[in-house]
Write a protein that binds this ligand. Sequence first.
Ligand code: LLP
Length: 424
Amino acid sequence: MHHFSYSGGRLHCEGVDLAAVAAAVGTPCYVYSSATLVRHARVIADAFRGQSVMVAYSVKANGNLAVLATLAGQGCGADVVSGGELLRARKAGIPAAKIVFSGVGKTAAEMTLALEQGIHQFNVESAAELRLLSEVAAKLGREAPVALRVNPDVAAGGHPNISTGKSGDKFGVPWGEAEALYAEAASLPGIRAVAVDVHIGSQIGDLAPMRAAFEKVVGLALRLREQGHAISRIDVGGGLGIPYKEGDAPAPPSDYAAMISEVVAGHGFEIILEPGRVIAGNAGVMLTTALYEKEAPDRTFLIIDAGMNDLIRPALYGAHHDILPLAEPGPGHPLKTYDVVGPICESTDKFASGRAMPAVKAGERLAFMSAGAYGAVLSSAYNARSLVPEVLVDGDRYEIVRRRPNFEESIGLEKVPAWLTTVA
Ligand code: LLP
């Protein structure tokens, strides 16, 4: 469920007419719905009501400060994968005690920052990382609460590029090495193993692979307890899929929660969740303006003012985003089949191939739906385009929560060395 719908023939986000936002902010831009973010956070919390659970929103999905502050207000913690995400989460008001730190490449500096902040848990992904964390923690005189992220060798995920739980993926400690590494962890200074962590992929609509992975993980956690490790938490990662188009029917959060409670409950584990897409995905759209129609012998290109630098999911994963006109097409409005492309000088700068949609005229505004997760965060300034701005709607008000940088700001970090400007 989300709060984007036509009202009076115009696409609205909550009480705000998106055409008014496009006119005021310019396109391309992202628009997020507070009510949808809040609703999704509550749906997840409610689904797990009665269980000991911590919702650590996965900041990588959408790390805008205003989005994080909205979710902090709902009691969410954060799953972070860099010092930058950790500082963002803290700045948005998320307490360190609700932060878990994932990722295969944490540096000593990031470990130090996280230890000084006093985060809830490090999700450690290799023996080498565990040893470095031990050194860093011991030097600081601190103890790092640790989960090992294990690789359960279970395939899942909407696309090979977002599958992470198969042996051969770079993620997690190989299944067969996990117990030995917990034994080593117990002997290392500065390390306190408290949890087992797993995350097998993203945009997963079918719960069966998740169940298989979680059953393995709970079995491992119970064996570890028998071996004397004080394992009190299971971190089940994120990965729950969302509907991107009509006919998509991923498992709903209620089924997901029921499955987890069935597999994990009864052993007194705290459950940690790392949802990203399921909270932010359908809470955001990207607005764009149609620039040109271009006829080729075998197709019609619709050229828009957003590029793969603004929304890379179609280019990177072949992802589908519904494209809706901001002005609702009336009955009898003709359909037309387009290849929808951006202005970037790359053939992969294509949002849709052979997409039948209401015929569009130059200057018309469109919305890319379900773009709230892995949209703006993955944007770049490729082709010297400005980073795409972001807007947050709340009821009938909105605010620009990241503005478009001007040219001077865009080049502000660059410098021409004196030797190029000094005449000999
Ligand atoms: N936890 C860990 C350790 C992760 O690696 C991820 C996502 C999440 C949680 C959150 O997963 P979610 O609930 O959002 O599925 N850019 C891709 C998705 C990459 C996912 C990376 N890891 C896309 O646009 O589809």
